[in-house]
Design a protein around this ligand. Sequence first.
Ligand SMILES: [Zn+2]
Length: 79
Amino acid sequence: MKKFFAAIIALVVLATVTAFAESITNFSVSKYVGNAKTKKFHYVDCSMVDKMNPANKVFMSSREEAINAGYVPCKRCKP
Ligand SMILES: [Zn+2]
């Protein structure tokens, strides 16, 4: 019975670690963040991104993707 619980715990830990690793991968792929409201896009480390409403954040992996979606580069971080 102890082995059964150990196996369950191992599976839960593995699933958590996998989900965590995937979220990190997704974050590193998104180099740019667009603001759906102002239609401007920024580097993810731009100070404007911290002030942005999370509901308006649109993550993008390339500059072309942002421009094709009608976004304008931020004047502060110049992405
Ligand atoms: Zn910016």
